[in-house]
Write a protein of this length. Structure first.
Lengths: 491, 788
């Protein structure tokens, strides 16, 4: 029997916090601003898109302590159990002078109205601790989740390039206190389950994965909250009740990545950032795709498991995973079943997940050298935007140059992430030539009848979606000229 | 800050024409700059949330708010009937904009009631419990479905006319006509709207409002409450961005907060959620421009006929002056020998559109640039050649006949030739033009495009009476100075610029000047901080106040030390009186003991300007601001996605008060203008609902959308033609329109798929979708042409 306690414990800047009055839907940002009067972190959107609320969260991971930027506006307070929250206020007070990040921003005129600025400071702080001398590409990536309407960013980038000339990140208090903080956070780990409140205010933080399985058997309709990059909006935008809520972000048992026999198994709680580190090595196209999901803060919170479990037709990871032939393991109590990811998505808003069941892991067969794989995401704005259409392609050619195997899956083109089976059929067994590909384009109309919405018209989705096959063909046949636009090297 | 002034300094710290950092920069970065939502709330503060209509047009037949009233935490529910004074916040007095509408709903998202509760969350939750029934009426959201000349307008149209455009076009060797669609834009200030009203004794109320126009908020609140203006004080220290979106749109939140605060005798704060803010507040006007142009084979334009139809929304708000300003910029930097331009401020069932940086000017200009494009494609020349061919004549043009605008003001300060020539040179336009042609000829999937576009923007409020400002300066006996003026700080650096002016005037270090929050209690009857006029107007008013005090100090010193007035010179932190120097603070102290008044109210009104709207003639602008930009893009012809490879900008600032601040305005303005014309798309569904009402669906530029190479140069060689404040020039709005070069570079890349034989007629915003679809259309037309 696990021990149960009825309060959460975490560190906020320098303070130890113990709280028993926590509501399941209380956000970190509201807690900071309303209950702690820490008003340096701002609310610009309450949906994880602007970054004005950016704070750092330190957590123990594999024995180490990692600090990551997160969106306080959609991060639930309860999910901070066992973490160290660092806000912009913590960067003050080192003598009279400003922190290196802050001083660089002042000297390079990185703020105008200043409302976005604390968020930028925190994102840059997080970057500087990881990468003291970042490239422009690294800076832009670190700032994908921060909007500024005044500066046009140029001054902020100039500041970001200069931070290390103002101080060494090795001398930063968070670096110097690393051991002490690690010890304090370790001391908070007592292996207990947290249960707070009842009815509409009930929340549970399982002790471990087995405990989660038990809890879901008794509360099969609980809302499972992992990175909260989606559930956060249910609360801030739709005012939905999420109780009873089960917070699984702290379960190390769901954050495991392992490889056996060429299959990569990714625990449901693995964040995009964590997955990126591994996937970009094995499947570079997936790494590049993950770089275009949300901003850094969202990638630090959101999980591939969540991207699958919520069943959105515009989730970015299901199409490439389906193309790669991934499967998913669902667990209920002690029982597990594994099914093709493709079959998990039944219809719009409907997945093959029974009450009490949860996604435990996704298994990705890694493509060998003979496999050609690509995933292309098309958006209105390059970064931190939701897909208009996304195509993923996995191709194997026979020795004679004909298509031996092909899997094509799309997002944004149907009510679920979906295979382009008619297109695949039109290609299979044929020579991989421009004529074959041109002829197969007509089959798209059999596979997809996309919709018009605020992101794209049906016509555009159909046309751009089709064209992605042309791009894939060119890319796999050694097309010499520039094939895609590129921000970081000459096209 | 407590610095002892250096009495030996060769120059003061923070005078004019120095690169001062933003006065609040150190507070921005540390999170200690206080925005209204950061102020400690008075005990018992309540929170409001607006209930929004969920129909685009209809009459309310039943409104059941019983569940709202009994929801947890709810203290009061307000409807139109609860407005004690006038239920109207029309800024131009047209009585067409209720605070809370009680019968007729005219757009999806119109506020119909307000919930006041113990917490913001309680108010938001309760709002959802309302049961409202409507009789639906037909609605229109798209101006494409309307007739600009015959359908309902929200405010009278304007006609500008010089010569006989119809005759000139008819007589021209060549003619072309067409239509351009230009999208609107959400301001997306990072700090949304907010108002905090604190009730006082008698009829008094103090409202902290995130507004660019405190005086107007004061008037609206006083009308809504039915109390004199003196009972209402409106204060704002800083906004988290405004861009025009807080010129009139703050009125609603301030009025409701004040009504609730007086009714309940408790402080009331209203901070709408981002989605509500974007749904219920106005934006940049979308336009449809119908044009016809007559020209010769060289590309000389002979006559232009233009109709600018605008989606104004359900009420007039500022649509009159916005559509007027569109017409004032229907020429951009070009001389139209014969011109007729007509505005059509159309009524639609959408939120009432409002001010946004450029105020219609950008839409006017991009219409002019489309005309240029059409002519260029028709005669088969580079659009830049056609631009240069049709510029206004150089200054002092002997004939003077190529310098008159469609509104009959003579352009007297034209520097567009030099700006464009220098930029063409520094951006290496000609060589890159050839390189790109070669690249495109060999590139199947990726096409490049290049464009260089000019900006000429008129500076002044076109409503002449707004061109006035006040300031209040106190000098304390320790020599420190309190500065207040009617301008508001929204990030543009107005406060520090005006402080520089005052520091310069007294010759004291800028840290001796305390910048204080804008409040109607100190400087009354102010104009909006808008039309790029902030520094021009308030800088002059503050200078005037400082000079009054200085004059008194000079008179006093001349008398006391028995020297001639011209023997008294203000040196850095000190004053030379005859042969001796004394500290500024010491002179001030002596003056105080001699009972010299050390406080002054300053005032300024812009000279020379006048405007007769009925005739369409006058001199509405004090001067013009100029700039130009050159952009290169790469476009993916499979998806329409693009990147900006490089942008070069040359923009005029006059003798800049603060180059660091001005550079920020130029860079930021350009990116915002680029966003308007590229990824920022407003989209309404078939129920009349705006579906792009949050950053998840409405995409403003990110750091990774900046040009890969971005060169910005300030042209400070052309000192302002008119005696502006220290000969500086306005820089708030003009750079916004530099973003046009990205749009035209995209258009150029699109044109390459048809070998530059067909005008792409790209509409704005040029989303990847519009770019791809335009390329498809051109490819189709080429195929069609060659078949024939
Ligand atoms: S407030 Fe915008 S991301 Fe959190
Ligand atoms: S400085 Fe205003 S939003 Fe960034």
């Amino acid at each position: 029997m696990v021990e149960v306690r009825s309060h959460i414990r975490f560190l906020l800047n320098g303070d130890d916090i113990t709280l028993s009055d926590v509501k399941p839907d209380e956000t970190l940002l509201d807690y900071l601003r309303l209950r702690r009067s820490l008003r340096g972190s701002k609310e610009g959107c309450a949906e994880g898109d602007c970054g004005a609320c950016t704070v750092l969260v330190g957590r123990l991971s594999g024995g180490g302590l990692v600090y990551e930027s997160v969106n306080g506006c959609i991060r639930f307070l309860a999910s901070l159990e066992g973490c160290h929250v660092v806000t912009v206020e913590h960067l003050n007070g080192q003598g009279d002078s400003l922190h290196p990040v802050q001083q660089a921003m002042v000297d390079f005129h990185g703020s105008q109205c200043g409302f976005c600025t604390p968020g930028f400071v925190m994102s840059l702080y997080s970057l500087w601790m990881r990468t003291p001398e970042p490239s422009d590409a690294a800076i832009e990536k670190a700032l994908q989740g921060n909007l500024c309407r005044c500066t046009g960013y140029e001054a902020i980038i100039r500041a970001a390039r200069a931070i290390s000339s103002y101080g060494k990140s090795a001398n930063d208090p968070l670096a110097l206190e690393r051991a002490a903080i690690t010890a304090r956070l370790s001391a908070l780990r007592d292996g207990a389950r947290v249960e707070i409140g009842s009815g509409k205010e009930r929340l549970v933080i399982p002790a471990d994965v087995d405990d989660l399985a038990d809890i879901l058997v008794t509360s099969p309709n609980a809302t499972i909250v992992s990175g909260s990059t989606d559930v956060g909006l249910w609360v801030t935008k739709f005012m939905r009740d999420i109780a009873p809520a089960v917070f699984i972000g702290n379960l190390e048992g769901l954050r495991i990545i392992s490889e056996t026999d060429g299959v990569l198994s990714i625990g449901a709680g693995v964040s995009y950032t964590e997955a990126h580190a591994v996937l970009s090595r094995h499947v570079p196209a997936l790494g590049a795709l993950i770089d275009r999901i949300g901003g850094e803060q969202v990638r630090n919170m959101g999980t591939i498991g969540g991207n699958i479990a919520n069943g959105s037709p515009i989730g970015d990871t299901p199409p490439p995973l389906i193309a790669l032939g991934a499967s998913v393991t669902l667990r209920k109590g002690g029982e597990r079943r594994t099914l093709d990811l493709e079959d998990f998505f039944i219809a719009y808003g409907k997945q093959d997940r029974a009450p009490g069941e949860f996604v435990e892991a996704v298994h990705v067969p890694l493509p060998g050298a003979e496999v050609k794989f690509a995933a292309y995401k098309v958006t209105k704005r390059r970064d931190e935007d939701i897909t208009s259409t996304l195509g993923a392609f996995r191709l194997e050619l026979a020795h004679d140059g004909t298509v031996a195997a092909i899997r094509i899956a799309y997002g944004g083109m149907a009510a679920t992430p979906k295979r382009a089976r008619a297109v695949e059929a039109a290609l299979l067994g044929k020579p991989w030539t421009e004529e074959t590909v041109e002829a197969a384009l007509a089959a798209y109309a059999e596979d997809f009848t996309p919709l018009t919405d605020m992101r794209a018209s049906a016509e555009y989705r159909a046309l751009a979606g089709r064209n992605l096959l042309l791009r894939f063909f060119a890319e796999t046949t050694g097309f010499a000229g520039p094939l895609t636009i590129s921000r970081y090297k000459a096209a | 800050m407590n610095h002892t002034p250096d009495l030996k300094a060769a120059a003061i710290k923070g005078g004019v024409a120095t690169d001062q950092r933003h006065d609040s920069a150190h507070k921005h970065v540390s999170g200690t700059a206080v925005y209204i939502d950061d102020m400690p709330e008075p005990a018992g503060t309540l929170h409001g949330c607006l209930g929004l209509a969920d129909i685009a047009h209809g009459t309310i037949t039943a409104m059941d708010l019983s569940a709202v009233r009994v929801a947890p935490g709810v203290v009061a529910v307000l409807t139109g009937a609860d407005v004690p004074g006038e239920n109207d916040i029309s800024p131009t007095g047209r009585h067409d904009e209720p605070i809370l509408t009680d019968t007729l709903v005219q757009f999806h998202g119109q506020p119909i009631f307000a919930v006041i509760a113990e917490t913001r969350e309680a108010a938001r939750r309760a709002c959802r419990l309302a049961k409202v029934e409507y009789d639906a009426l037909p609605f229109v959201t798209d101006i494409g479905a309307l007739d600009p000349l015959n359908d309902k307008l929200v405010t009278p149209p304007l006609t500008l006319k010089r010569g006989d455009a119809a005759d000139a076009i008819a007589a021209a060797p060549r003619r072309v006509s067409g239509r351009m669609r230009i999208g609107g834009q959400d301001h997306f200030y990072l700090e949304g709207h907010i108002a905090l009203a604190i009730p006082g004794e008698d009829q008094d109320v103090t409202v902290y409002s995130s507004t660019q126009h405190p005086s107007e908020v004061q008037h609206m609140v006083s009308h809504a409450l039915g109390v004199p203006s003196h009972a209402v004080t409106v204060e704002i220290r800083r906004m988290g961005g405004g861009f025009g979106g807080k010129e009139t749109q703050s009125n609603q939140f301030a009025a409701i907060a004040a009504i609730a605060a007086k009714k309940l005798n408790r402080a009331v704060k209203i901070r709408p959620d981002r989605d509500d803010d974007m749904t219920a507040t106005g934006k940049r006007h979308d336009f449809l421009v119908d044009y016809e142009v007559g020209f010769d084979d060289e590309g000389n334009i002979l006559g232009v006929d233009l109709v600018y139809a605008a989606r104004c929304g359900f009420s007039s708000d500022l649509s009159g002056p916005v559509t007027d300003r569109a017409l004032f910029h229907c020429d951009n930097a070009y001389f139209w020998p014969a011109v007729k331009a007509v505005s059509a401020p159309l009524y639609t069932n959408t939120v009432s559109n409002t001010a946004f940086r450029g105020f219609g000017g950008p839409q006017g200009m991009i219409g002019a640039e489309r005309v240029i494009d059409e002519v260029a494609f028709a005669v088969g020349k580079d659009p830049l050649e056609i631009r240069k061919l049709n510029f206004y004549g150089p200054n002092g043009d002997k004939n003077g006949d190529r310098n008159v605008t469609p509104y009959h003001q003579t352009v007297e300060d034209n520097i567009v030739h030099r700006i464009v020539a220098e930029l063409e040179e520094s951006a290496d336009y000609a060589r890159r033009r050839r390189q790109i042609a070669a690249f495109n000829a060999n590139s199947r999937f990726i096409k490049r495009g290049l464009a260089l576009t000019p900006v000429k923007f008129g500076i002044s409020f076109t409503a002449t009476h707004y061109n006035q400002a006040g300031a209040l300066v106190h000098v304390y006996t320790d020599g420190s100075v309190h500065l207040n003026h009617g301008g508001t700080e929204m990030g543009q650096g107005l406060y520090v610029k005006v402080a520089q002016v005052v520091a310069e005037e007294f010759q004291i270090d800028i840290d001796q000047v305390k910048i204080t929050a804008t409040t109607t209690g100190k400087v009354p009857n102010t104009s909006a901080t808008a039309a790029s006029s902030g520094s021009d107007l308030n800088g002059m008013a503050a200078q005037n106040a400082a000079r009054q005090i200085k004059d008194r100090l000079v008179d006093f010193a001349a008398d006391k030390f028995q020297v001639a007035a011209d023997q008294i010179v203000f040196l850095p932190n000190r004053v030379r009186i005859g042969n001796q120097e004394i500290a500024f603070a010491d002179l001030v102290k002596m003056a105080y003991f001699a009972r010299i008044q050390l406080s002054a109210a300053g005032f300024y009104k812009t000279p020379k300007i006048h405007w007769d709207r009925d005739k369409g003639e006058g001199h509405p602008f004090y001067y013009f601001a100029y700039g130009a930009s050159c952009s290169e893009v790469s476009v993916d012809t499979l998806t329409g996605e693009y990147v900006v490879e490089r942008t070069d900008i040359l923009h005029e600032t006059g003798r800049s008060l603060n180059r660091a601040i001005d550079l920020g305005q130029i860079e930021g303005g350009f990116i915002q203008g680029m966003g308007w014309l590229t990824t920022e798309e407003l989209w309404w569904d078939d129920k009349g609902r705006l579906r792009t009402h949050a950053p998840s669906t409405y995409k403003i530029p990110l750091a990774s959308d900046r040009p890969k190479i971005f060169n910005v140069t300030l042209a400070d060689w052309p000192e302002a033609f008119e005696p502006t404040i220290h000969r500086s020039k306005a820089v708030g709005e003009p750079p916004f329109m530099l973003g046009m070069s990205v749009f035209h570079a995209l258009s150029d890349a699109v044109a390459s798929v048809a070998d530059h034989r067909i005008c792409p007629r790209l509409d704005a915003p040029a989303t990847p979708e519009r770019v791809l679809m335009a390329m498809e259309r051109l490819k189709g037309e080429v195929a069609g042409v060659s078949k024939r």
